[in-house]
Design a protein around this ligand. Structure first.
Ligand code: C5P
Length: 268
């Protein structure tokens, strides 16, 4: 029997770096949302573990113990024939590998293993908006967010997360307010998000200046209310009022920048 799981893209609507621990890991305060675009996994029962990678971003993704999905399957003691359809760019600040691993753990009820697999895996276990603090291990539910429409853009440059953290000079920055506001509408929420930050954007841009180009193009697109980078980059997102506004910008950008990965989506 074949069963299926969805691994949505994770979007950091905010990402404040508030300190650094003695072991080098950074303390974060991030409002995380999830998208309706993502990777897909299929599981077929068999007596040993195997992994096959398909999809537009399959190239370069290891189909062995280097893959977080494989590691998640071993942690969960799952033997299955796994097919992973990579629709999301990897190493791209939208949680690709972490969300894949979390989808497997969720599917097989092995959530307790998440922390071992990386800082972004716990938040991806429950793919609804959450506040993420500590090194990614302290999760707080938030009141459901108003529906947001977004365009995701990745300029197909890879910026390694450790390098971005290393390039961050100010490690102790303001967290988000203790109590997040209650948002009456998407507009309210976007206006508040504009007062918050992604502290990793500036260091990521020093490593990959193309990110600044993406942010400029997104913020100048018709109907954009806010453009920001997600995670440690290089994927950026722009927020819109309506699905039509997002779809129209995505169509235009895909035509004007054929080398970029561009998707319109819903965030929640
Ligand atoms: O936990 P994960 O393996 O995803 O982290 C990748 C790298 O990102 C870490 O090795 C570390 O350099 C950096 N990182 C950090 N602080 C965090 C999360 C990740 O410094 N909270």
């Amino acid at each position: 029997m074949i069963s299926e799981a969805f691994a949505p893209a994770k979007i950091n609507l905010t990402l404040h770096v508030t300190g650094q621990r003695a072991d080098g890991y950074h303390l974060l305060d991030s409002l995380v949302a999830f998208s309706d675009v993502g990777d897909r996994l299929w599981f077929e029962r068999q007596d040993h573990l195997s992994l096959r990678i398909t999809g537009p971003f399959a190239q370069g993704v290891p189909a062995d113990a280097r893959n977080l999905v494989w590691q998640a399957a071993e942690c969960a003691e799952v033997t299955a024939g796994i097919t992973l359809e990579k629709n999301l760019p990897h190493g791209a600040g939208i949680g690709g590998g972490s969300s894949d691993a979390a989808a497997l753990l969720r599917h097989f009820g092995a959530q307790a293993q998440a922390t071992r697999l990386g800082s972004d895996v716990p938040v991806c276990l429950t793919p609804v908006a959450q506040r993420m603090r500590g090194t990614g291990d302290q999760l707080t539910p938030v009141v459901p967010l108003p529906l947001l429409w977004a365009v995701l853009v990745n300029p197909k440059v890879h910026v390694p997360t450790p390098d971005v953290f290393k390039a961050l000079t100010a490690k102790e920055n303001e967290p988000m307010p203790q109590e997040l506001p209650l948002f009456g509408s998407a507009g309210d929420m976007i206006r508040w998000l504009a007062t918050q930050r992604n502290d990793l954007a500036a260091p990521a841009i020093t490593l990959a200046p193309q990110i600044a180009d993406v942010l400029k193009v997104l913020s100048e697109a018709s109907g954009t209310h806010l453009a920001r980078m997600s995670g440690s980059g290089a994927t950026c997102f722009a927020l819109f009022d309506t699905p039509d506004a997002a779809a129209s910008v995505a169509t235009d950008l895909a035509a004007s920048h054929p080398k970029w990965w561009v998707r319109d989506c819903r965030l929640s």
